[in-house]
Design a binder for this molecule. Sequence first.
Ligand code: PSU
Ligand code: MN
Length: 305
Amino acid sequence: MNAHLHMSAKVQRALVEGRAVVALESTIVAHGMPWPANLDTALEVEEIVREQGAVPATIAAVDGAVQVGCDRQTLERLASGEHVAKVSRRDLPVVLASGALGATTVSGTLIGAGLAGIRVFVTGGIGGVHRGVDQTWDVSADLDELAMQDVAVVSAGAKSILDLPKTLEVLETKGVTVLGFGTDRFPAFFTPDSGLPVAHRVDTPEEVARIMDAKWSLGLGGGLLVANPVPAALGFDADAATDDALAAAAAQGIEGKALTPFLLKHIAEATQGKSLAANVALVKHNARVGAQIAVAYAAQSSRIR
Ligand code: PSU
Ligand code: MN
C-alpha cells in the first residue's frame, strides 16, 4: 500500500472479503455542524451504517496519510479541533506533506474512496455551482471529482444555498448519473423538492446497484449521484434564511472555501437550530439508504464473480 494511504483493519478486511463498506466525509464533522451535534451525528451515522450490515469508513487526512476508517479518538479531534483544514483535491498534497489534521470535503473523500475501492459514499448535500457564479466563478470541486471517481454518492440533492439548475447542468455535462431515490424531483437539501425534475427515478437499493454495475462493467467510469430527499416531516423552507445568509456573506466579503461553512452556520442560527435538526436527519436518512445500496451492490457483485 502507498505510504500516504492508510486503511483501518476493519475496513481493509471488509474490502478484501467483498463485504459492503460505506465511505463518510469529515468536513461535515469539522466544518458543517457545531460541537457537540457534529460528533454525536458522526457516531450515530456510523451506527446506522452498521445496523444495515455495512462497515462505515469515515475518511480524513491524518498524520500524513489519507485515513480510510477513523477511530473514535480521530472523530473527536475532527469534531472539537479549532484548526482543522478543509481539504479538497487542491489542498490534499499540502496537508499530507505537513502531517496536519484535515477534514476532507465530498471531493477529498471521493479521492480516498476511489483509492480504497469503496463504491458507495454517504454525505449530507454535495457542493455545486454557487449563486452569482458569473461574478465569482465559484464551482465546487465536488462536481469534478464526482465525474472522475467510480463511486455512488448518496446525498439530499445539492445544498439549497446553491444555483441548483446550473448544478444539474454541470452534472449532465460531466456525465454524472443523477438518480432520484423514490422521487421524480431533485431534492434541495433542507426541502424534499427543488421544483426541478430528475432525469431518472429509482425506488429500490437493488435498482441502484444494477445501474452501478451497468455503468462500471462497461468501462464508463465516473460517479453517480443518488438524490435522496429529506424526510418530509423534517424538511422546511429555508429560502428566507438562505437569502439573509447570502447577504451577510456578501457584506462581510466571505468567499472561497469559507463560504459554505459560513452560510450553514448563519442559517442554523437564523432558524434557531431548525436547519441543523434537518441536516442531522437527512444525513442519517442518507446513511440508511447508502448502506442498503452498499449491501445490495456487494451481494450482486458476489453473484457475478
Ligand atoms: N454536506 C453537509 N454539510 C457540509 C458539506 C456537505 O451536509 O458541510 C460540505 C461537504 O464537505 C462539501 C462541502 O464537499 O461542504 C462543499 O464545500 P465547497 O462549496 O467549498 O466546495
Ligand atoms: Mn468553492
